[in-house]
Design a protein around this ligand. Sequence first.
Ligand code: FAD
Ligand code: NAI
Length: 509
Amino acid sequence: FRVLRWTWRLTWVSALAGLAYVGYGIYETRNPSDQPPPDPSKKTLVVLGTGWGSVSLLKKLDTENYNVIVVSPRNYFLFTPLLPSCTVGTIEHRSIMEPIRNFLRHKKAAVKYYEAEATKIDYEKRVVYVNDESPIKGDVSQTEIPFDMLVVGVGAENATFGIPGVREHGLFLKEVGDAQAIRNRIMDCCETATFKDQSEEERKRLLHMVVVGGGPTGVEFAGELQDFFHSDLKKWIPEIQEKFHVTLVEALPNVLPMFSKQLIDYTEKTFKEETIDIRTKTMVKNVTDKYIEAESTGPDGKKQLERIPYGLLVWATGNALRPLVKDLINQIPAQKDSRRGLAVNEYLVVKGTENVWAVGDCAVANYAPTAQVAAQEGAFLARMFNQMAKSQEIEAKLIELSEVQEKAPNAEARNKAFDEIKDLQKRLRRMRGVNPFEYSHQGSLAYIGSEKAVADISWFSGNIASGGTITYFFWRSAYLSMCFSTRNRILVLMDWVKAKVFGRDVSRV
Ligand code: FAD
Ligand code: NAI
């Protein structure tokens, strides 16, 4: 009994200590301690963007070492892997956004943040020109920021390949606003399709949801949309049941080219069961407000042009360069052959420049443009910058010590300084040996609808391919654990429970 009593007491004490720890954590998050202001006497490090690459850098960077300035039109970090879930309301968009202010306020030394778009990088002058593009503008809405060091992490924009009508009539899926626009358009199409005296043909068109691009963005969105229809839409609007249809259009012979053959087949089979139509070898050439024109290649190799009417068109055909990046490429002779982004070396330095680095989708380093790559690149730069700052500190100390050694009054003081110098030189040599960036691929994951996911996971030197419901739970737990903050994790978890219990919201705002 005594043992039991002590065990009981110990359990209580540990539970209380745990609660106090969590409570303190929350208090600390809400009430950050004072930060020393940015020190303009230190090197100015300008970071462009608040996406995966830049935020991963800022997370690990010791901000005491530099005068850090962040410029981005988006004052939050967006957890893009769960963005397709926001298009149908499985997850609310604010659950996957983390305000950049909250995050920067917890850094060791203060960081300046400007909500603005970098419009030009003048490499010769070492200046970034920025514009406040938000609806509210003050007397000053354009300015310039000089830099000693610059990290370009502005991501990419949506590729349209110059296909006419895409920008005017299609919806993209990259930002929160895109997901909201898609969610509204789905509901608008459904409500308009049920409008009094609507013809059957028009109804069919309005309820035809076309997704162009069979990469992971297109596949995940198509899966989410079909889930929304099966679990919610058809219950609340039974009139649309017969005509609602999702079609995925892909120019290549199969979807998800980055996954193994086995998972491609599994995805295509699952889509067939879910009644999502996959139109491979079909290249969209033109888009109007009511139909797309696509060229499909038949089994006999014959090409055929057809018109596909649509109500919703989601365009997910990958990435293109931002104008800012294009302009920087044009300024640097060594970048003249760069087509897909800023060519960087093994330390992520933009080739042909000094003290300019690039991370994520705007950089080309022989890796796919994914969050995984961008995050690892950002973390690498942070480690390197921290080390560079320490090296500079040591170099300054070495100069100081050699003066001490020169002016030493006796042999004992001289020897002491000599030993310290030797020690510091050894440390400096170790620090200067920074290894180049090496990407470690953890695997690829994608949700394909009907509570199924596919995963190609790297395991030691091999690869495990799996698809199905267990993989779906793995997908969920992996992304939940990767969410930016505990707040995000709790909100996402609550959204999943809410969608399961009450269904998704079908209102249009
Ligand atoms: P982004 O994260 O796009 O950030 C760019 C930042 O730059 C933004 O803050 C933007 O506002 C800012 N910016 C833009 N222009 C300017 C300017 N002129 N001046 C200053 N700032 C600017 N990858 C995965 O690995 N796994 C996934 O599951 C996955 N799912 C995805 C789902 C969707 C729907 C999408 C669209 C992408 C997904 N990705 C995924 C890819 C991943 O999101 C990108 O590879 C990643 O976001 C790239 O990071 P980045 O930092 O380069 O750019
Ligand atoms: P993507 O580049 O992976 O795929 C685009 C697809 O569109 C290609 O298969 C291409 O053949 C097709 N296409 C291009 N033009 C076309 C046309 N005119 N008609 C029909 N099809 C056309 O693009 P996506 O899916 O937007 O992904 C961008 C990046 O983000 C990729 O690197 C991807 O790996 C990453 N990502 C990763 C996710 C994950 O890991 N779960 C989820 C979403 C994106």
